[in-house]
Design a protein around this ligand. Structure first.
Ligand SMILES: [Fe+2]
Length: 411
């Protein structure tokens, strides 16, 4: 049992992390007008204002309403607008219609955030350990939304023909193209899954997995290599594609990564920029990653191969979001901090998986159908979310996230 002094220190740490996380979200929104923050570029993305409000709803609902006696909701009708997908919380506004919410205004959402922040900080010391765990989950949840906020603003500005810039790029020297090397993977039984510290429910329990002889690339596929794939007819050769992927290419007229233009530039959070041939390719779907791997005589790694290969890599190396400002990729080159990497593994429960109790049990478990696991972390991932056991997941056609590919091979 924690001593009083130890408990105070834990409370201080959680209070500080909560304040810093909430402040960073506001900083990320600082360059945006209400109009910027209200647009929904496509049904999978959400408006910036919605992210600011939904993360606040999460704390207000699961911590303040449920765990703090006497707390009064800021506005009872807003729960309908800002509940994302929690059936346990009842009816909600349709996801594809989130861009229709001109009210509440961005300022009203900011006022709500301030009220909820004050109430949370005031309540923290008296919360039960279970309630404090929900505050921790709320912090981790808001950090996930910080990455979504950036990918969704990129998608929003990409819709605008005058190509506005959200932020600026820090000048970095051009990267040298590193020859691709192969890491010998382990063969036999290994253990994967989270061991200690915070982890989402889907990262547990730790369990055994069987690996077969294989090798995994020591870096991600680059933009230059992707240009070679395009020049070699990668997008017009059906034999390289899964049937579903080929249908997707045809139906959507896909010819290049999402934000690439046809003149050697791509659209970024700093506006239109020249494509760096040595940087990891980003904004590709699972289908594209899989087709590229086939073209290269390789395959996608399994999530177990990826996790075992990089379990002892330092996840603090590489750019990770911890402050607003220049938000574009810095040269990392390691497994974390450039792009999320598609694996061939379906997002499924680990043996012995148990969702959290209560409505927050809907967090990950109910999405374990039709999605693939991505490992690593991207340039937009908040610091602290990089760990080998982390399981990001998206449907195979999604490519508005910072998603790339690392190859693997049977040995
Ligand atoms: Fe959420």
């Amino acid at each position: 049992m924690a001593t009083r002094r130890h408990q105070d220190q834990l409370d201080d740490r959680l209070a500080a992390r909560l304040a810093a996380t909430r402040a960073l979200t506001l900083d990320l929104a600082a360059p945006l007008s209400d109009a910027d923050a209200t647009i929904q570029p496509h049904p999978d993305a959400s408006p910036a204002k919605w992210h600011l409000a939904h993360t606040t709803w999460f704390f207000e609902t699961f911590v303040l309403r449920d765990r703090v006696p006497g707390y009064e909701l800021h506005n009872e009708r807003w729960a309908f607008l800002f509940n994302s997908y929690y059936e346990g919380e009842g009816e909600r506004h349709a996801r594809p219609r989130r861009g229709m919410l001109s009210r509440p205004s961005l300022d009203e959402v900011r006022e709500w955030r301030a009220k909820v922040d004050e109430a949370l900080q005031g309540a923290l010391a008296d919360l039960s350990p279970e309630a404090r765990k929900l505050v921790e989950l709320g912090v981790q949840h808001e950090q996930q939304h910080q990455e979504l906020f950036l990918t969704d603003i990129l998608a929003t500005f990409a819709e605008n023909p005058v190509e506005p810039a959200y932020g600026s790029i820090e000048a970095t020297p051009p990267r040298a193209i590193k020859p691709l090397g192969w890491i010998e993977g382990r063969d036999g039984l290994v253990e994967i899954g989270a061991q200690s510290g915070f982890a989402f429910d889907c990262e547990r329990p730790r369990h055994r997995a069987l690996l077969y002889p294989h090798r995994i690339a020591d870096r991600c596929v680059t933009n230059g290599e992707w240009a070679d794939f395009i020049a070699d007819g990668g997008y017009s050769t059906p034999a390289l594609w899964l049937s579903e992927g080929w249908d997707w290419v045809q139906a959507n007229g896909v010819e290049r990564p999402l934000y690439w233009r046809d003149d050697g530039t791509h659209f970024t959070l700093a506006g239109r920029r020249a494509i760096d041939a040595a940087a990891p390719v980003s904004h590709i779907s699972y289908y594209e990653a899989d087709a590229f791997a086939r073209w290269a005589g390789a395959r996608l790694p399994t999530e177990e191969e990826w996790e075992d290969a990089f379990a002892s890599s330092d996840p603090t190396i590489g750019h990770q979001l911890d402050q607003a400002g220049p938000v574009l990729p810095k040269a990392g080159g390691g497994p974390f901090g450039d792009v999320w990497q598609w694996t061939q593994s379906a997002f499924l429960p680990y043996p012995g998986f148990k969702p959290e109790a209560g409505t927050v049990g809907e967090y990950n478990g109910k999405f374990m159908c039709g999605q693939f696991v991505l490992k690593g972390a991207s340039c937009a991932t908040p610091r602290g979310h990089s760990r080998a056991s982390y399981r990001n997941f998206f449907p195979p056609s999604a490519r508005w996230q910072f998603t790339g590919v690392r190859l693997a091979r049977d040995a």
